[in-house]
Write a protein that binds this ligand. Structure first.
Ligand SMILES: Nc1ncnc2c1ncn2[C@@H]1O[C@H](COP(=O)(O)OP(=O)(O)OP(=O)(O)O)[C@@H](O)[C@H]1O
Ligand SMILES: [Mg+2]
Length: 284
C-alpha cells in the first residue's frame, strides 16, 4: 500500500497577499534590484546601496531573493550566520551599519549544498519567507533578484504590495544594453515603476593612483536610459579591491568608504532618496 499523499492546504492568493502585506507594513519603500543579465553586479549594487542608505541614516533591510545563487551574505559580511526562528516569526541577521538581512543561505545546511528549486517550490519558499520574517520598522527594503525575468522577479512584482520601484543594473557593453530593454519592458508590463538605471563596471579605478579610467568608453548607461525613457542614477567603476574585500568577507563600502565606487553609491543613494521621498514616484 502506498503512503497517503500529503496535501498542502489550499490558500487563496488574497489571503497570502494580506499576510505578506501585514509583515511588510512597517517598511516605507520597497525597491527591487534587477537585470536581464547575470553577473552585472546586481548583488554588489544591492549590498552597497543598502550600506550607503544606512550611512545616510536610513533604516535598511535587505531581502536576498536569489535562491539559486545567494551572494548577499558574503558581500554584506554576514556569511555563515543563521536566522533565528521564534514562534512569532524569523528574526533577520543584523549586518554592518545595522542593516537587517534575510537570505535563504542563512537556512541552508552548509555552504556546499546545491540549491535545487523547481519553479513552484521556489515560489512557495519565497512566499513563505515573505510571510514569516519579522522585519519590524524600516525606511528601505532592497530586494536582490536573480538574473532575468523568471519566477522570482515575477513573485516579487506580484506579491509585494506597493513596490516602490525597480533599479535596473547594466554594464557598458552593447549586449547588456539590449537586455536592459527586456527588464524595462518587464517592469512596465507588471506596472512596477522604474526608478532608474545604474551602470556598473563603468571605467576602472586604479588602486595605484586612485584615478578612474574609462576603459570601455563612457556614457553608454546614460544613452540606454535616454532611449528607454527612464532616469540614469549613476555609474560605478570597476575596482579590484571589490573582489578582495568580498573574499575577506568585509563589505567594500565599509572597508573603502573613500573610493570613487563608494562615493558613487552615496550619490546614487541620495538620488533615490530624493526621488522616492521628496518627489512622487510615477510609473513609467
Ligand atoms: N564595480 C565592480 N568592480 C569590481 N568587481 C565587481 C564590480 N561589480 C561587481 N563586481 C564583482 O563581479 C562579480 C559579479 O557581481 P554580482 O554577483 O554582484 O553580479 P550579479 O549580477 O548579482 O550576478 P548574478 O546574476 O549571478 O546574481 C562579483 O564577484 C562582484 O564582486
Ligand atoms: Mg546576484
Amino acid at each position: 500500500m502506498s503512503a497517503p499523499q500529503k496535501k498542502l492546504p489550499f490558500r487563496p492568493i488574497q489571503e497570502i497577499q494580506k499576510s505578506i502585506a501585514d509583515r511588510l507594513s512597517g517598511i516605507k519603500y520597497k525597491i527591487a534590484v534587477m537585470s536581464g543579465k547575470g553577473g552585472v553586479g546586481k548583488s554588489f549594487v544591492t549590498a552597497n546601496l543598502a550600506f550607503a542608505l544606512a550611512y545616510r541614516g536610513k533604516k535598511v533591510v535587505v531581502l536576498d531573493a536569489d535562491f539559486y545563487g545567494p551572494s548577499i551574505p558574503k558581500m554584506m559580511g554576514v556569511e555563515g550566520q543563521r536566522v533565528y526562528a521564534t514562534p512569532e516569526g524569523l528574526i533577520p541577521v543584523t549586518g554592518p551599519l545595522g542593516v537587517k538581512i534575510v537570505s535563504v543561505d542563512f537556512m541552508l545546511p552548509d555552504d556546499e549544498a546545491p540549491v535545487i528549486w523547481r519553479g513552484p517550490m521556489l515560489t512557495n519558499a519565497m512566499l513563505e519567507l515573505l510571510e514569516n520574517v519579522l522585519w519590524g520598522e524600516a525606511d528601505y527594503m532592497l530586494i536582490d533578484l536573480p538574473p532575468g525575468t523568471g519566477d522570482a522577479p515575477l513573485t516579487v512584482a506580484q506579491m509585494i504590495p506597493n513596490l516602490t520601484g525597480a533599479i535596473i543594473v547594466t554594464i557598458p557593453s552593447e549586449v547588456s544594453q539590449k537586455v536592459v530593454m527586456k527588464s524595462v519592458n518587464f517592469a512596465k508590463r507588471l506596472n512596477v515603476p522604474i526608478l532608474g538605471i545604474v551602470e556598473n563596471m563603468s571605467g576602472f579605478t586604479c588602486p595605484c593612483d586612485g584615478k578612474t579610467y574609462p576603459i570601455f568608453g563612457s556614457g553608454g548607461g546614460k544613452r540606454v536610459a535616454e532611449r528607454a525613457g527612464v532616469d540614469f542614477l549613476g555609474s560605478i567603476p570597476l575596482d579590484p579591491r571589490i573582489s578582495e574585500s568580498n573574499d575577506k568577507g568585509i563589505p567594500f563600502f565599509v572597508e573603502y568608504p573613500d573610493t570613487p565606487a563608494a562615493k558613487a553609491f552615496l550619490k546614487i543613494a541620495d538620488k533615490i532618496v530624493e526621488k522616492v521621498e521628496k518627489a512622487k514616484v510615477t510609473s513609467s
